[in-house]
Write a protein that binds this ligand. Structure first.
Ligand code: ATP
Ligand code: MG
Length: 257
């Protein structure tokens, strides 16, 4: 039985086709969320069916999550991002007790109890400081792509601290650093530390335990993942494709309406 999971995030729309018999992913893809959310979703679905050489009748049910989850009219299940990220992480790490999801606009920390159920969560959706938005602004300032920041920061030997807790002020601070010839490597590393400090502060308001799974687009950043492990005093596990974890969870949890 094939199930379709869709995660309509503020930054990217992700799709997963999941085989509920072999418990495996048959296809996945993502693209920027279009101004027209339905355009992004329909294009990804069309490409998925074409890649798998199937029609819509091969899909048993569709689960949708993400900030735009209510915008897709053909959903069988409309699911919370919390439950979907937890389910997607548990697919790879059944022993997971904590999930950190950092996307383009918000960050979520989910604690999971010993039976695998979501016990509690905290979410930061009011401030860009602990999110991918901060990385995007940094990349723009440093004149590189977001996916180049990890390699850049990997060459830093300094531990500089950004004092601003707000991305708008941090941008001015970064401009000031560039003006005093601080290297892009050291600036990128400082931004990574700033994001992980923010996440650690968010985690202080919740009871959590390792093993921690780090997910969402920002988890693709290897240097940030290492900084996260250092800050939390515990290595973070990552799913093979962190960006699609929510869509995978939506596929796993989807039920026929
Ligand atoms: N290769 C990469 N390396 C590092 N960071 C990346 C990479 N690709 C994407 N990102 C970051 O991931 C973010 C998008 O992640 P994701 O797709 O999980 O967000 P989203 O689900 O759309 O957002 P939200 O959950 O906040 O609504 C971008 O803001 C970017 O900073
Ligand atoms: Mg997301």
């Amino acid at each position: 039985m094939l199930k379709l999971g869709i995660d309509i995030g503020s930054r990217n729309t992700k799709i997963v086709v999941y085989d509920d018999v072999s418990f495996s992913i048959c296809h996945y893809a993502y693209q920027s969320t279009d101004i027209s959310v339905l355009n992004s979703v329909n294009m990804l679905i069309k490409e998925a069916y074409s890649a798998l050489n199937i029609g819509g009748d091969s899909i048993a049910c569709i689960g949708v999550t993400g900030y735009g989850r209510k915008l897709y009219p053909k959903a069988d299940s409309v699911l919370s991002e919390i439950t979907c990220h937890a389910a997607g992480c548990k697919h790879y790490y059944p022993q997971a007790r904590c999930v950190i999801d950092i996307g383009g606009q918000d960050s979520k920390i989910i604690s999971i109890d010993t039976t695998g159920k979501v016990a509690d969560f905290v979410m930061n959706d009011k401030c860009a400081a602990g999110t991918g938005r901060f990385l995007e602004m940094t990349a723009l300032r440093l004149g590189c792509e977001v996916d180049a920041l990890a390699a850049l920061a990997g060459h830093s030997n300094l531990r500089l601290k950004l004092n601003s807790t707000c991305v708008v002020f941090a941008e001015s601070e970064i401009i000031g650093m560039m003006a005093t010839a601080i290297s892009p490597e050291d600036i990128a590393r400082a931004v990574h530390h700033s994001i992980v400090r923010r996440i650690a502060a968010q985690m202080a308001s919740l009871a959590w335990e390792a093993p921690i799974v780090f997910t969402g687009g920002v988890a693709m950043n290897n240097d940030l993942a290492l900084c996260m492990g250092e800050e939390l005093g515990s290595t973070t596990l990552r799913t093979p494709e962190p960006e699609i974890t929510g869509a995978l969870g939506a596929a796993i949890l989807a039920r026929k309406a």
